[in-house]
Design a protein around this ligand. Structure first.
Ligand SMILES: [Zn+2]
Length: 218
């Protein structure tokens, strides 16, 4: 039988600003898990990934505010983030940056493959957009004042734009089947939450941003 192999990843952090003490928690937990699995499965069977998420309007705006180019901005923040993680003595296999050449290439290939498969189409969309999340929000994801629960200091924008969409709705049954298997998502409470989310009905997802709004992207 093949030996089990494990991939552990942290969230990769937005480079709008340098990470802070609050980020240490999940990184240290992930590092503990990686060290544990290396002990149990052998070093070669464990891959621990962390890094920075560097494209999009949040990063572009942060750079504009500082009067530097997006690339200069993300280079600086990313290297500061990495120094913070190294100060915690995290034993990661790779610190990935979404601006890395191999990541750019893989993202493009992946997008093309999904497009060729007929799962991406062009459409227009009116929605409530949170720049902090870089995501559209439903009314249930906003507080009583119409603000993002995660970014209560930012204004939610009503946006209409032409985008390419991923046919996420067509994968409802597939996802449901996966997640219905007990133990597929842990803890159990989160598994139920995900099932509840799918049962509400999944909407297709805009997977591009118009170039006139965001030039800093793949
Ligand atoms: Zn938000």
């Amino acid at each position: 039988m093949d030996k089990k192999r494990v991939l552990i990843t942290t969230a990769i952090d937005y480079t709008n600003d340098v990470i802070h003490i609050g980020h240490a928690y999940q990184k240290i937990l992930a590092d503990c898990l990686a060290r544990y699995y290396r002990g149990v499965l052998g070093k070669e069977n464990v891959y621990f990934l962390t890094g920075t998420d560097e494209y999009g309007s949040t990063n572009q705006k942060a750079a504009e505010k500082r009067g530097v180019t997006p690339k200069e901005h993300v280079d600086e923040i990313s290297s500061k983030d990495k120094a913070e993680l190294d100060a915690l003595n995290l034993d990661y296999n790779r610190f990935i940056r979404t601006t890395d050449a191999d990541h750019r290439e893989t993202a493009q290939k992946f997008f093309q493959k999904v497009f060729d498969n007929g799962d991406i189409y062009k459409g227009s969309y009116t929605g409530l957009y949170c720049e902090g999340c870089e995501a559209y929000k439903t009314m249930s994801e906003l507080d009583a004042d119409g603000r993002c629960l995660l970014h209560p200091t930012r204004d939610i924008q009503k946006v209409e734009e032409e985008n390419y969409f991923f046919k996420w709705s067509e994968y409802s049954d597939f996802l449901k089947q996966l997640i219905e298997a007990k133990g597929f998502v842990l803890p159990e409470g989160k598994r139920r939450e995900m099932l509840g989310f799918i049962e509400q009905g999944i909407n297709d997802l805009p997977v591009t941003r118009p170039g006139y709004k965001v030039s800093w992207g793949i």
